[in-house]
Design a protein around this ligand. Structure first.
Ligand code: SAM
Length: 155
């Protein structure tokens, strides 16, 4: 299981997701450009010393990312509030890449069209969206539960 961050623009959210990924044994792909440098002080403060434990790959652009062997070998699953499918109704696979969008703008149409599945976390009517790190945590938790992928479940 991998987590992909599409052009993240809030360093504290990225630090939080990197810390979660370290704790859950999930590799992270960052798709640039990000709205901050990857050594940003605010990101490091949120991620703390957990950042040393993340398997992190940075890609210069979306176009670079989608041709990588990692992406070609796995399903790309986009989290978006506009998705037709609720994440609890989806059958995850151990090597899925779960991708979240940019805080300010989600992902562009080209990315919506290029993914293998789109999932949403159901929300109360009339509200805009969840925090990106919280939506990643909810869906990653379900994906790891389904695939027996939590670290302590592995031999
Ligand atoms: C703050 S939201 C982006 C809002 C942005 N203005 C838009 O129109 O998409 C940042 C990311 O969090 C994730 N997200 C937030 N709420 C979600 C939900 N209810 N279901 C699935 N993903 C969600 C998505 O990946 C989204 O791209």
């Amino acid at each position: 299981m991998r987590l992909a961050l599409f052009e993240p623009d809030i360093p504290q959210n990225t630090g939080t997701m990197l810390r979660m990924a370290a704790c859950l044994g999930v590799a992270v792909e960052i798709i640039e450009p990000a709205g901050f440098r990857l050594d940003d002080r605010r990101m490091r403060r949120a991620g703390m010393d957990y950042l040393e434990h993340v398997t992190l790959t940075s890609h210069d652009s979306w176009d670079d990312f989608i041709v990588t062997p990692t992406r070609r070998a796995a399903r790309l699953v986009l989290l978006t509030r506009a998705a037709p499918t609720v994440y609890l109704d989806f059958a995850f696979r151990p090597n899925d890449i779960i991708m979240v969008g940019r805080e300010s703008a989600g992902v562009p149409e080209a990315a919506h069209a290029a993914v293998d599945a789109r999932l949403r976390v159901p929300m109360a009517a009339g509200l805009r969206s969840l925090n990106v790190a919280l939506s990643a945590a909810m869906v990653l938790g379900e994906a790891l539960r389904q695939t027996n992928g939590f670290p302590e479940a592995q031999p």
